[in-house]
Design a binder for this molecule. Structure first.
Ligand SMILES: Cc1cc2nc3c(=O)[nH]c(=O)nc-3n(C[C@H](O)[C@H](O)[C@H](O)COP(=O)(O)OP(=O)(O)OC[C@H]3O[C@@H](n4cnc5c(N)ncnc54)[C@H](O)[C@@H]3O)c2cc1C
Length: 415
């Protein structure tokens, strides 16, 4: 059964798909966004807490905010941009981590980043963990932060890719939610929901997209699927082994957030941070009173997140409670309650949180992004060489793929 006939189909309605769809729509191209979930946004997802706060279960920070195009989109939607510097740029709580130890840690971490940068210029590429100083007491915490940045321990991550990430150091937030902003930006686009794509047939004159709801015929397509989906499923007929291989070399690391309510929150400074532990990798970081709200946002990455996901939702809260009570005393347990968690690894349409390149595989980002036959175009955070793992990386690659599509259309149609 045919459910659509369009000039361009956008597969996946996350940050990249929304940005691509907006560009095509503006250019007057008859397009359709095909999304497996019942909503737009993908890994950008805002939910409401019982008290009515907007909680971002996926992306929350407008990283590189001074060049992040979602800022303008949020402003056009009359959203409230919060410019409070993020907790990781300021000292953490002194509990169990006195200021002189924090300064020592920062020095060690900066020195590690500098060694990664220096090594990234030379062949061959190596795992970022090779740049840790053997037996340094800060390795556990440097690695823990690596799991928040990449979703994986540093021994899995390419040093060159780690260094390629372009960060202006300006980080803002949207009070009403990053996920809400991205989903609203695509609300006017023609879209079909609850409609996973099962096959992209590209041997004929026109594309035939098989979905759970029927077939869509199209001239061209922009594919914005997470690398996990591209790596695990043979979606293309004929197969595109170079895409499958590129996607496999750009796995999604895992990071999960748990939101908890906090009683007598005023005891803590707004937007402050506490590490569960400073001497190991398997630890969460706790963002206290985000936006000044009576909440704690716990962040779990890498193997720890995988292990907790395998043990079920409750395991996240139990782990957080064990770390928080170790720092703040047993009575603290009565002041916190779990509110929201999303297990991104168990999410069938994400299967992880954000991409990193395996050692030696940096070129896969360009390989993944390369168009096929001037009619299959690729976007998504993993296609970005410098803004990967972010929602603005999704925006840039989505817009670029749409521009490529528009340019080839203009050539073919000679307009
Ligand atoms: C916990 C967490 C914290 C994060 N924090 C930040 C942050 O602070 N700042 C930041 O910039 N980024 C952050 N990110 C990363 C950011 O959310 C992602 O990089 C970005 O949203 C990815 O956008 P995308 O369009 O490339 O992919 P996605 O959002 O994954 O979009 C792909 C879409 O394809 C759909 N799909 C999947 N399979 C199919 C199928 N078969 N058929 C049709 N559709 C399908 C999916 O449902 C999805 O909507 C975070 C992510 C997580 C999980």
């Amino acid at each position: 059964m045919s459910i659509g006939d369009v000039e361009a189909v956008v597969i996946g309605g996350g940050a990249a798909g929304v940005a691509a769809g907006r560009r095509l729509f503006q250019a007057g191209i008859k397009c359709l966004v095909v999304e497996a979930r019942g909503r737009l946004g993908g890994r950008a997802w805002t939910v409401a807490s019982p008290a009515g706060f907007a909680l971002d279960l996926g992306c929350g920070w407008l990283h590189s905010a001074n060049r992040n195009p979602w800022v303008q989109v949020a402003e056009e939607q009359h959203r409230t941009i919060d410019r409070t510097p993020p907790p990781w740029t300021r000292p953490s709580l002194v509990l169990g981590f006195p200021p002189d130890r924090q300064r020592e840690f920062r020095r060690e971490q900066e020195a590690f980043f500098a060694r990664v940068s220096e090594r990234a210029q030379r062949e061959p590429d190596v795992p970022a963990a090779n740049l840790l100083v053997p037996n340094d007491p800060w390795n556990g915490l440097i690695n823990a932060i690596g799991t928040y940045i990449s979703g994986a321990e540093l021994d899995h991550v390419s040093a060159r890719d780690f260094d390629n990430y372009e960060d202006t150091g300006v980080n803002w937030r949207v009070v009403e939610g990053y996920g809400t902003t991205i989903a609203s930006a695509g609300a006017h686009l023609p879209a079909v929901f609850d409609c996973p794509v099962q096959c992209i047939e590209h041997s004929g004159k026109r594309l035939k997209i098989e979905t759970a709801k029927g077939i869509i015929n199209a001239d061209q397509a922009i594919i914005t699927l997470p690398t996990t989906v591209l790596a695990d499923e043979e979606l293309f007929t004929p197969a595109l082994p170079e895409k499958t291989e590129a996607a496999r070399n750009l796995p999604l690391g895992l990071a999960d957030k748990l939101f908890m309510s906090l009683e007598r929150a005023e005891e803590f400074e707004s937007d402050s941070r506490l590490f569960g532990a400073t001497d190991r990798t398997a630890t969460a970081t706790y963002h206290l009173r985000p936006f000044g709200r009576p909440l704690i946002e716990a962040y779990f990455g890498g193997r720890l997140a995988h292990d907790l996901e395998a043990s079920g939702e409750r395991a996240f809260f139990d782990f957080a409670l064990s770390e928080l009570t170790a720092r703040l005393g047993n009575a603290f347990a009565a002041r916190v309650k779990p509110i929201h968690l999303h297990r991104w690894g168990a999410d069938p349409f994400a299967r992880g949180s954000y991409s990193y390149a395996l050692p030696g595989m940096v070129a896969c980002r360009e390989k993944l992004a390369a168009p096929v036959d001037d009619r299959l175009f690729f976007a998504g955070e993993a296609c970005s060489s410098g803004d990967f793992s972010t929602a603005h990386g999704g925006f840039f690659t989505g817009t670029k793929a749409a521009d490529q599509l528009i340019a080839t259309r203009a050539q073919t149609l000679n307009v």
